[in-house]
Ligand binder design. Structure first.
Ligand SMILES: Nc1ncnc2c1ncn2[C@@H]1O[C@H](COP(=O)(O)OP(=O)(O)OP(=O)(O)O)[C@@H](O)[C@H]1O
Ligand SMILES: O=P(O)(O)O[C@H]1[C@H](OP(=O)(O)O)[C@@H](OP(=O)(O)O)[C@@H](O)[C@@H](O)[C@@H]1OP(=O)(O)O
Ligand SMILES: [Mg+2]
Ligand SMILES: [Mg+2]
Length: 362
């Protein structure tokens, strides 16, 4: 069969929520028109008995899936697995996740980047020992060390003083909370493609406010709030996304490319904030494997193009990750996304302060 008529099979193994958001009819149809069939992998049947596939997309964890994937890859070495489990695992720990950012070698002329100051706490004794704070300054944000996609792994707390540490459950990462004007930049990476969008984030905490606040405040997935949840909150109504200035395009693209190469991953996004104390300093605070691409503008076109490259071996293995340039012009790569206008199908995340009133009051 000539390459022109050959069809390609792309197997996907995703959790139900991810499948529902990502596998939309528009994506399936566009891929089909380009000769690629998206095929659901039945998680109740052995992977080895399914297919044939030219590529496998997945966001599942657990030993059983690992075993299945290894067995499949051993018998089908030519099938591209997006992405290797070993490479994804680095993102399941919030320390190893950001370690890679610190190791990037990127020219920092007009802007600089890094990660917030942070420590890891494994047990309650260390948590309550003032010596372990290593000069970290309040306010802090406490994040579960594990970032495995569970609801628990997204549960965060803002900690305003020592008393606020009492409620925390190690293992956790204590990270300095950096004022950033209430906006966050989400940088989506799909192979060589990079798209930066802005979203609302947590409000700044002034020195004055810090003194008057309760000891801590817990919340979950604030950048993913539903329109309804935002509308119920004064802060969100008062924050104007269009006012946020985008970061320098080529700088963000350089970081994205550096991360992609260093991690050996094709599908991820990372969250960036602009440090208000410095202005042109950008901090990476989170990296997510296979994020909510359906929220990215033109996700169907971008993903279809990526699949096409993969099955035609234009972006296959780690070597081709070095290939370089983003296929889009830089000016097209960064786009403002006003998420309030977006339809969100999935998100059921909530903010819960100590009073659990559903709003984020600082
Ligand atoms: N060091 C920080 N300084 C200021 N704000 C922060 C910091 N870290 C996190 N945030 C805020 O808290 C939110 C949640 O943090 P983070 O992105 O690490 O959590 P997550 O649960 O992994 O999120 P996601 O849903 O993107 O996976 C961020 O989107 C941002 O608004
Ligand atoms: O829920 P969405 O589809 O929007 O995607 C979110 C995704 O959830 P899902 O994988 O269960 O879908 C999250 O993954 P886990 O950490 O929970 O594994 C994480 O990557 C978020 O950052 C994504 O939101 P985004 O950062 O893109 O806004
Ligand atoms: Mg995040
Ligand atoms: Mg995350």
């Amino acid at each position: 069969m000539s390459d022109f008529t050959r069809r390609f099979g792309i197997g996907y193994a995703l959790a139900p929520k991810k499948q529902q958001s990502f596998i939309q009819v528009s994506l399936v149809n566009l891929a089909k028109e380009r000769g690629m069939d998206l095929i659901r992998i039945d998680q109740d049947t052995r992977l080895i008995d399914q297919g044939p596939f030219d590529c496998i997309l997945h966001k599942l964890s657990g030993e059983e899936w690992k075993k299945q994937l290894e067995e499949y890859s051993f018998k089908n070495p030519n099938v591209v697995v997006i992405d290797p489990l070993g490479a994804i695992e680095r993102l399941h720990n919030r320390i190893s996740m950001l370690q890679v950012v610190s190791e990037l070698k990127i020219p920092q002329e007009s802007a600089t980047f890094g990660i917030p100051k942070q420590i890891v706490i494994y047990n309650s004794e260390t948590l309550l020992d003032p010596a372990s704070m290593e000069g970290l300054k309040f306010p802090l944000i406490a994040k579960p060390l594990v970032a495995d996609g569970s609801a628990k792994s997204h549960k965060m707390s803002l900690v305003f003083n020592h008393d606020g540490l009492n409620k925390l459950r190690p293992p956790i990462v204590l990270q300095e909370f950096v004022n950033h004007g209430g906006f966050i930049f989400k940088v989506y990476v799909v192979g060589e493609y990079v798209k930066c969008v802005k979203r609302k984030s947590l409000p700044d905490v002034s020195e004055e406010k810090l003194k008057s606040l309760e000891a801590s405040l817990s919340f979950s997935q604030v950048s993913n709030l539903t329109t309804q949840e935002r509308n119920n909150d004064n802060y969100y109504e008062m924050t104007h996304l269009e006012e946020a200035e985008m970061p320098p395009i080529s700088f963000i693209t350089d970081i994205a490319r550096g991360l992609r190469q260093a991690m050996g991953l094709h599908l991820f996004n990372f969250d960036v904030i602009r440090d208000d104390r410095v202005g042109n300093r950008y901090l990476v605070i989170d990296i997510n494997y296979f994020p909510g691409y359906a929220k990215m503008p033109s996700y169907e076109t971008v993903l279809t193009e990526f699949f096409w490259d993969i099955v035609h071996q234009k972006q296959g293995g780690a070597a081709s990750l070095d290939k370089g340039e983003n296929p889009e012009k830089d000016s097209d790569c960064l786009e403002m996304l006003n998420c309030d206008k977006e339809e969100r199908k999935l998100v059921s995340n909530s903010c819960c302060g100590d009073g659990d009133d559903g709003a984020l009051h600082l």
